[in-house]
Design a protein around this ligand. Structure first.
Ligand SMILES: C[S@@+](CC[C@H](N)C(=O)[O-])C[C@H]1O[C@@H](n2cnc3c(N)ncnc32)[C@H](O)[C@@H]1O
Length: 206
């Protein structure tokens, strides 16, 4: 999603809206420095596990309903995808209590991130732009600026909405970020599961 290089992975990384993903657990186990911020981290591991059990059948049904919205290259079918996601969430859950103690999972939310230091890279996947029907433009621009406040570089993926169309907030966000003195690049990435979701936004200080 973010075309992360070995050099990127050596830096201090902030994952915004990481939820029950395994990135933090897996990179931390390899000696990387990652902090994840998400509102769900106010819940215990047991509560998150219960919620995962509730939503897994819903996720499976939704994917089956909209199977043509996705490209089945990385995953052969819905079953393979659900197995992969379930395995990622298990890795997260195994790491969660330890990660909380180590300060790697912090409760917090955009548009104002809690102060937890400064990062080389702030990443946000499957939240901004994708859920443009639920999150308004002011939320988007405040969130992007806040990710830039706490990092040298922010990357956001994908740039399409849930219908797979380019988000209507992308161009206005680019304008506001340029005006605020940031350089923005839209970069093609190697990962594409949702149709049309093959680009990330990269924002850097100029
Ligand atoms: C669709 S999930 C994406 C999880 C992960 N980033 C991924 O790509 O698999 C969206 C995540 O955003 C989190 N979220 C919702 N509102 C948020 C906010 N205002 N600030 C930060 N995260 C938020 C949710 O709790 C959830 O974990």
């Amino acid at each position: 999603m973010f075309d992360l290089t070995p050099k990127d992975l050596k830096g201090r990384i902030l994952g915004v809206g990481d939820g029950p993903a395994s990135f933090n657990a897996e990179l931390s186990a390899k000696g990387g420095q990652v902090v994840s911020i998400d509102p769900i981290y106010k819940f215990s591991g047991k509560e998150i596990a219960r919620r995962i059990d509730e939503i897994t059948p819903v996720m499976r049904a939704e994917l089956n309903k909209h199977v043509d919205n996705y490209l089945w290259n990385d995953f052969s079918d819905v079953g393979a995808l659900v197995t992969c996601r379930t395995s990622s969430m298990s890795i997260f859950l195994e790491d969660y209590e330890n990660g909380i103690r180590e300060g790697r999972y912090l409760e917090g939310a955009l548009p104002r991130l809690p102060d937890s230091g400064f990062y080389d890279l702030a990443l946000c996947s499957h939240l901004l732009f994708l859920y443009e029907e639920n999150l308004n433009f002011e939320f988007h621009i405040s969130s992007l600026l806040d990710m830039c406040r706490v990092s040298d570089e922010a990357r956001v993926y994908p740039l399409v909405n849930q219908a797979g169309r380019p988000s209507r907030f992308l161009n206005p966000s680019l304008r506001r970020l340029y005006e605020a003195g940031y350089q923005c690049d839209i970069v093609q990435v190697g990962y594409c599961f949702q149709r049309g979701a093959n680009e990330m936004l990269v924002v850097r200080r100029t």
